[in-house]
Design a protein around this ligand. Structure first.
Ligand code: NAP
Length: 469
């Protein structure tokens, strides 16, 4: 662990495994109350040093981190492969994206502004002048999931530090390595000791300690709705940002470019074996083009290479644990017995791998449609009228991102306005994200937005300063 600028071990070692074959790839140490308390104390003690830094000093550290990440991209990508089994090509992309997230954060350190308030817009305000200044909140707990262990951590750490806060980061137990490597890089790039601390161990135990800690002023969480809701309920007056799950839907209209839509939907359904919060999970295709679309999806899925995540040609590696692979395969079997057709895939292979699976005519009540699969499974159902497709997309407890493929501007606009989500894509899959855009959901997908410019607003207090002349 990293606490107050020092490497910290406890007597309890935790093994980190490569999910694809279960081989041991590292060891971390379990935090207890003592380490949680000392990490929060170190973060609190570093507050004044961070607060005294100029915007340029904070921005400069982040720029150095961006450069260091690109210089070490191979080692960082290799760490991501080891701990989460992500195919190496996707792991390299994650490192590059994470480096951009830090670069955008460094730019936001310069741009962070308050505003002049027009006090005399009300007669009582005559002779009064006011402005807001954006002040850091203090110690922020950043709790992150396994599927993008580096970029999602940088989406919290980058904006928090850019605004002058300090951080205690708790990565997922399956993927603790990249967080620790990143803390080394921040320290080398001149971040004051204690401004970024990383503690490892079971979220169910140390998570509560962090959320309840009186010196933690904000919890920024990415992960499952169950844990997110628990944090929301326990956090009391603390500020909370929640980036949770989804069962992303896309509408494919009869006039869409089917070749492109099928190619992008295949990529969006099976990247990182579907373990992406905006993975394409439900596709509603206009009935007249459904069989052609399904043929294309099946052909594309059939070309994906299943293999070891370190092989350059691998598209599909494994799920995070064998238990997850069993769950996903069980959901496929359940959909099949409820009447769904397995167009391709559906089998559990090796230790924790599930074949890329395309299902058709899936009952809307099947878990593969109405819950979050978080595996390489996509359901394709037909529709007759756009209104019906919009209603099906909205028939979800989630609302992170959704999309439509169509050449008809009127239909695209209608869907964009009527689908209830945080982000809507036209002629692009809902899995599309660049790291500077506002990103977050409605309903069970969470609250608050990420993307450095938007996260930094959540991580600062707009203090009003008023004076009478
Ligand atoms: P998870 O089980 O909710 O875990 C996320 C983090 O929370 C881990 O660090 C976990 O620690 C910790 N945690 C567990 N119980 C906790 C508690 N009681 N209090 C505080 N922290 C606790 O999620 P996951 O399986 O890692 O990730 C998959 C989920 O994340 C999916 O639902 C996915 O959609 C969502 N996700 C959302 C986004 C987004 O931006 N909206 C992005 C990526 C993923 P341990 O690992 O030690 O249990």
């Amino acid at each position: 662990m990293h606490i107050g600028g020092k490497a910290v071990k406890t007597a309890t070692a935790l093994k980190v495994e490569l999910p694809y074959d279960g081989s041991e790839v590292g060891t971390v140490y379990r935090a207890f109350r003592e380490q949680v308390d000392s990490a929060v104390a170190a973060a609190k003690a570093a507050g004044p040093a961070m607060g005294e830094m100029t915007r340029e000093e904070r921005s400069c550290i982040l720029r150095k981190v961006h450069e260091a990440m690109l210089e070490r991209r191979d080692a960082l990508a290799s760490a991501i492969v080891s701990e989460c089994g992500k195919p190496i090509r996707e792991a390299r992309t994650e490192v590059e994206r994470a480096a951009y997230t830090i670069l955008f954060s460094s730019e936001e350190a310069h741009r962070l502004v308050g505003e002049v308030v027009p006090m005399d817009a009300e007669p009582a305000g005559k002779g009064h002048y006011a402005m807001t200044v954006r002040e850091p909140l203090g110690v922020i707990a950043a709790i992150t999931p396994f599927n993008f262990p580096m970029n999602l951590a940088m989406h919290k750490i980058g904006p928090a530090l850019a605004a002058g806060n300090t951080v205690v980061h708790k990565p997922a137990s399956t993927t603790p390595i990249s967080g620790i490597l990143m803390a080394d890089i921040f320290a080398e790039c001149g971040l004051p000791q204690g401004a970024l601390n990383v503690i490892t161990g079971p979220g169910g135990e140390i998570g509560d300690l962090l959320v309840f800690h009186p010196d933690v002023v904000m919890v920024t969480f990415t992960g499952s709705p169950e844990v997110g809701l628990r944090i929301r309920n326990l956090a009391g007056m603390k500020r909370v940002t929640l980036e949770l799950g989804n069962n992303s839907a896309v509408i494919v209209d009869e006039d869409a470019n089917l070749e492109e839509a099928a190619a992008r939907c295949t990529a969006g359904a099976f990247a990182h074996s579907g373990q992406v919060c905006i993975s394409v999970q439900r596709i509603y295709v206009q009935s007249r083009v459904k069989s052609e679309f399904l043929e294309r999806m099946a052909a594309n899925a059939g070309k994906l290479v299943i293999g070891h995540p370190r092989e350059a040609g691998t598209d599909i590696s494994s799920l995070i644990t064998p238990k997850e692979a069993e769950r996903v395969q069980g959901w496929v079997a359940e959909a099949k017995s409820a009447g769904a057709k397995v167009v391709t895939g559906g089998e559990h292979r090796g230790r924790a791998t599930v074949e890329p699976t395309v299902l058709a005519d899936v009952p809307e009540t099947s878990p593969v449609m109405c819950k979050e699969v978080f595996g390489p499974v996509v359901g394709v159902n037909g529709y007759e009228r756009l209104e019906e497709a919009i209603e099906l997309v909205n028939r979800s407890d989630y609302g992170l991102q959704a999309g439509i493929y169509t050449r008809d501007m009127e239909k695209a606009w209608k869907a964009a306005r009527q689908v209830h989500v945080g982000g809507f894509m036209i002629n692009e899959i809902p899995q599309f994200r660049v790291d500077q855009m506002p990103y977050g959901g409605v309903k069970l997908s969470g609250s608050g937005r990420e993307g450095p410019r938007y996260a930094i607003e959540e991580m600062t207090e707009p203090k009003l300063i008023c004076w009478k002349v």
